[in-house]
Design a protein around this ligand. Structure first.
Ligand code: FAD
Length: 525
């Protein structure tokens, strides 16, 4: 296929506004006939490789495909590359890098693969996971090629090895975009992929609309969907997770349309759907600061490992899991209740002004997450507490009974007393929590009850692919021309999320690169 640049194409097609049928013959049709009837393309573009999404997977796919010499157009419904979740990542997973070697770490890619595939209970495509894990070290060297510096972080979750490489370079995504542009990649923002263009069973492009409602048909020999799943789509979240308010911690552009496009092209929706839970702080939809690093610091109280209850005031999990494995099992456990709450008496809460809660309970060594994340007093506690009370995600009362009445957590008082008896006995007979995390609540008020909703960075799950990221039908036939990468690749991520930090982006970057390499080969055929 002849590669035509966007500018060239814009010039030509704006003048002629060719119809789809004229361009391609009668067998060429939209997968979604309703849409085809409703709309006529205002403009038609053509590119060998079309990448939908400028986040982790899309950007790295573009870099890899263009490095291999292919012509690439990237479209994204975001206003810029910076307004993508990919741009927000602070760290990414890899082992066997110069950084892990420098500290003499022997934990290998083989060890990592074995851990992940076993964590996933083989529910993912083992060959695809293997391919992506193998690419993790070269994700780091790709960042180095782009001029993006990293350093190795500590073992936050206590998994026994270091894998998260933290970014040191500011504005890394603009830099990555520029490196792609240097290799000839073109970017169009505010462009939403709506439906696949099909020639029989083959995907031959994407119908897209821009923010002004202008309709484009973008013809391409290879199309990559890297749209980041559906965390920004409340209806789709409800379909999969029920009536829970799940707070979206990212940009609001990941609406699940990429998955719909794949399904319209004949893709098979895989059975694994999960969430990349927010592991930085708890969150409440009522907060005025829905932010990862600039939220109200009292949001961290959810991750302190003491008593947590559901909306009835009943205990429902080993709180250690939320304290130390918030992204994996801990966050997952909170999806089994409508909301969750933690409770502190005033004396305990006020101590946090001067000393980290973690320190006041003796800095238990096994709580590695606190050592790195929660090892400081709460700044401006009074003002932040006032804000929490005003915004309605913190409740204050003199007695446990009043608090229960005020919040509808009807079993709260009884739960607290039972829990305190476990604390006194030094034994949690229900969830077997480590005694060091069991701190009494007592009878002396006032008490504060903090309310939380689950919050997440992204969903996992989407349509099935093979080991090379090629989209598959339910019968395992490849859908020619269609590739899927990132968190909406339905064959790569487990639920719960892998317990290895930074694999969210690590696998997104790696699957994007794999798709980029494969598409470059495919379009050269
Ligand atoms: C604040 C924050 C911090 C994070 N920190 C980390 C971290 O430190 N480490 C880590 O591993 N992970 C982290 N994550 C998660 C990580 O960002 C994602 O897992 C990863 O970026 C997923 O990559 P992706 O390419 O699949 O999707 P994204 O990076 O979300 O990219 C999706 C792209 O598709 C576009 N798009 C969506 N729908 C359409 C459509 N219909 N048409 C056109 N374009 C569309 C979007 O605008 C975007 O450009 C963080 C997430 C957030 C929100």
């Amino acid at each position: 296929m002849k590669s035509i640049s966007r500018r060239d194409f814009l010039k030509g097609s704006a003048a002629s506004a060719l119809s789809l049928a004229l361009l391609s013959g009668s067998q060429f049709a939209f997968a979604d006939s309703e849409t085809a009837e409703e709309k006529k393309a205002d403009e038609t573009l053509e590119t060998p490789i079309l990448i939908v999404g400028a986040g982790s997977a899309g950007m790295f796919a573009a870099y890899e495909a263009s490095k291999a010499g292919a012509k690439v157009l990237v479209i994204s419904n975001s206003p810029s590359a910076n307004a993508t979740n990919g741009a927000s990542i602070t760290g990414t997973c890899a082992v066997e890098t110069p950084y892990t070697e420098e500290i003499g770490q022997e934990y290998s890619l083989e060890d990592l693969y074995k851990r992940m595939i076993s964590f996933a209970h083989w529910t993912v495509n083992p060959r695809l996971l293997k391919n992506c894990v193998q690419l993790l070290p070269s994700n780091i060297s790709t960042f180095a090629e782009m001029g993006i510096e990293v350093m190795l972080a500590g073992d936050r979750y206590g998994i026994g090895f270091n894998d998260v490489h933290i970014f040191l370079t500011q504005g890394k995504w603009a830099l990555a975009e520029q490196k792609c542009k240097d290799q000839g990649v073109e970017f169009m923002y505010n462009m939403t992929a709506e439906a696949p263009l099909m020639d029989g069973d083959t995907v031959v492009g994407i119908r897209a609309t821009d923010n002004e409602g202008k309709v484009y048909d973008i013809k391409a020999k290879a199309v990559l969907l890297a749209c980041g799943g559906f965390i920004s789509n409340k209806e789709k979240l409800a379909e999969h997770f029920g009536d829970i308010d799940i707070v979206d911690m990212g940009f609001p552009y990941n609406t699940g349309k990429g998955i719909e496009v794949a399904q319209k092209a004949g893709g098979f929706f895989e059975r694994i759907t999960g969430l990349g839970m927010n592991d930085i702080y708890g969150m409440n939809a009522k907060s005025s600061k829905i932010s990862v690093f600039n939220s109200n610091p009292l949001m961290q109280l959810a991750f302190y490992g003491n008593l947590i209850t559901d909306e009835h005031g009943d205990r429902f999990m080993n709180e250690y899991m939320l304290a130390n494995e918030p992204m994996a099992g801990g966050g997952e456990a909170t999806l089994h209740v409508k909301r969750y709450y933690c409770i502190y008496n005033e004396a305990t809460l006020m101590k946090m002004k001067d000393e980290a809660y973690y320190q006041t309970i003796g800095a238990p060594e096994f709580w590695t997450s606190a050592a790195t994340m929660f090892n400081a007093p709460i700044p401006e506690l009074d003002a932040n507490l006032e804000e929490a009370l005003q915004e309605g995600w913190c409740y204050k009362a003199d007695t446990l009974e009043e608090l229960a009445e005020m919040t509808g957590c009807e079993n709260l008082a009884e739960t607290v007393r039972t829990y305190d008896s476990y604390v006194a006995a030094g034994d949690d007979p229900v969830y077997h929590k480590q005694p060091a995390l069991m701190q009494p609540i007592g009878e002396e008020g006032p008490f504060y009850l903090f309310e939380y909703n689950p919050s997440a960075f992204n969903t996992f799950g989407g349509c099935r692919t093979d080991h090379l990221t090629r989209a598959l039908k339910g019968n395992f036939d490849v859908i020619p021309g269609l590739y899927i990468a990132g968190v909406e690749n339905g064959s790569l991520y487990s639920s719960p999320y892998y317990d290895v930090g930074g694999t969210c982006s690590g696998l997104a970057l790696a699957s994007g690169r794999l798709a980029g390499m494969e598409m470059a080969k495919y379009v050269a055929e």
